[in-house]
Design a binder for this molecule. Structure first.
Ligand SMILES: [Zn+2]
Length: 208
């Protein structure tokens, strides 16, 4: 999901009283745009040891920072696996519920959604130049694992819930324009076709 933000991280490791500053080598990955089949594919559960999850998450965080987004799902970097990251920490001034929201969600499952809904504009790094109102539950409860495969169950509201639901949708092979009204779908149809044909520009690295 797209929103302006800035974050940079360094990992500090202490070994036998010696403090080493280890910068994980991170890579900015291309973001797959609308029209890429991977955005419409079912995603697989991740098992411990399948691949270097921490490296992939570090690369996704670097990619998200470079793109100034607030969420990124694995299908958006070409991987059909159940993983997304969110970083709403820079949004806390406008959305207090996003304070400290910098997290990795592995094998997530939405287990509860409120009946109360909220409509608000969304954008997506895979659909540059499009912003449309999307109706979503105001509150959600999600069960997921972190990067160390520890289980968590958390409840989120308002914009924090929206970011998470937007990214979760990517794992279910949806993009946010699937959820807009039929009349707005007609309105964005041409824009989506252009993105799929590569007739778009973004200030971050993309693949189309
Ligand atoms: Zn998105």
């Amino acid at each position: 999901m797209y929103y302006f933000r800035r974050i940079f991280g360094v990992v500090v490791v202490t070994v036998s009283n010696v403090v080493l500053i280890c910068k994980i080598v991170k890579m900015i990955l291309p973001i797959y745009l609308y029209g890429q089949p991977v955005l419409r594919k079912a995603t697989d559960e991740i098992e411990p040891g399948d691949f270097d999850l921490k490296q992939l998450v570090a690369d996704m965080q670097e990619t998200l920072t470079a793109a100034e987004g607030c969420g990124l799902a694995a299908p958006q970097i070409g991987k059909s696996i159940r993983l997304f990251i969110v970083d709403g920490s820079d949004l806390a001034e406008d959305f207090p519920e996003c304070a400290g929201l910098k997290k990795t969600f592995v094998n997530p499952e939405i287990i509860e959604e409120s009946e109360e809904t909220v409509s608000y504009p969304e954008g997506c790094l895979s659909l540059p130049g499009i912003s449309e109102n999307v109706v979503r539950p105001r509150t959600i409860t999600i069960r997921y694992q972190d990067e160390d495969f520890n289980e968590h169950t958390d409840t989120y509201t308002d914009f924090a819930a929206r970011i998470i639901l937007h990214e979760y949708d990517h794992l279910e092979a949806h993009v946010f324009t699937d959820r807009i009204s039929p009349i707005r779908k007609q309105f964005v149809k041409g824009k989506l076709t252009n993105i799929a044909k590569g007739k778009t520009s973004a200030r971050y690295r993309t693949k189309h």
